[in-house]
Write a protein that binds this ligand. Structure first.
Ligand code: AMP
Length: 288
């Protein structure tokens, strides 16, 4: 708790987490929540720090959610490091770590899902069928378990952030959703737990995503506002690096994710690609 010397508590059961959240709320404490899939890096920790300054009690969850991985995706081999993660969260003065087993979240007979129809379409939605349904479902469940007043999500997963804002509005969750900016390595690579899978050569190739987005941003800032021209320039730049399989480059309205022809309002230029069969995403905001 803010200013206290308490050690972080580890909670593995839904009921126990709900009881703790009820008690905190009853005591008038504001709960701040950061959901993650673990293997934590500075990107995650930046969100935890944001939650820390805004709340009296910080809850972080680590749950590699099976329902957001498609067949053939990396659920089984998603990197895990529970001990390392615990140490990082304790150092950030986190109060509670909620770390349930899959069977605790999806007991037998489970059959309810949350689907955000429009914002989930296109971009990653096209390449990962069912992914946002899994994300929306688990986040709605976590909100009912942790009962936070604020929750913090990263702009790294830009479409996910908008999916979550939509759920909160549409399902009347009484939760403020805050976002954290995308955190990069020193050389510009967007931090991601999946970077751990990259070979040294793949790691170098991956930098092309950042460099290509920067090119798009520079082009925009020097006067180009035609979305298709900007997209083509970024595509060409990514494709000039051998060994990258580009999935998409798109520019969308940053608030609604609507398709746009000209960049007038703040927009997001988003990219996804496979390198060493590792799926990486990155984005930059234009006009903010
Ligand atoms: P994940 O563990 O990948 O599910 O991510 C958990 C949260 O951390 C999500 O809200 C992500 O958007 C956020 N996140 C992941 N990587 C970054 C990053 N490089 N910068 C900012 N936020 C991030």
């Amino acid at each position: 708790m803010k200013g206290s010397e308490n050690k972080m508590e580890i909670i593995r059961k839904v009921k126990e987490m709900q009881e703790i959240s009820d008690r905190l709320r009853h005591e008038g404490k504001k709960i701040g929540f950061v959901p993650t899939m673990g293997y934590l890096h500075e990107g995650h920790l930046s969100l935890v720090r944001k939650a820390r300054v805004l709340s009296d009690a910080v809850v972080v969850s680590i749950f590699v959610n099976p329902t957001q991985f498609g067949p053939g995706e990396d659920f089984e081999r998603y990197p895990r490091d529970e001990e390392g993660d615990k140490a990082k969260l304790e150092a950030e003065d986190v109060d509670f770590l909620f770390i349930p087993e899959a069977g605790e979240m999806y007991p037998s007979g489970y059959q309810t899902h949350v689907e955000v129809t429009e914002v989930s379409k296109g971009l990653c939605g096209d390449f990962r069928p069912g992914h946002f349904r899994g994300v929306a479902t688990v986040v709605a469940k976590l909100f009912n378990i942790v009962k936070p007043r604020v929750a913090v999500f990263g702009e790294k997963d830009y479409q996910q952030l908008l999916v979550i804002k939509r759920i909160v509005r549409d399902l009347n969750f009484d939760i403020e959703i805050l976002s954290g900016t995308l955190i990069r390595e020193e050389d510009g690579l967007a931090m991601s737990s999946r970077n751990a899978y990259l070979s040294p050569e793949g790691r170098q190739k991956a930098l092309s995503l950042y460099r290509s987005l920067l090119k798009g941003k520079e082009l925009y800032e020097t006067g180009e506002k035609d979305a298709s021209v900007l997209v083509k320039a970024v595509q060409k730049s990514v494709e000039s690096t051998a060994g990258i399989v580009l999935q998409y480059v798109e520019i969308r309205d940053a608030e609604t994710l609507d398709r746009i022809e000209r960049v007038g309002k703040p927009s997001v230029i988003a990219v996804a690609a496979l390198i060493d069969s590792v799926r990486l995403i990155d984005n930059m905001i234009l006009g903010r």
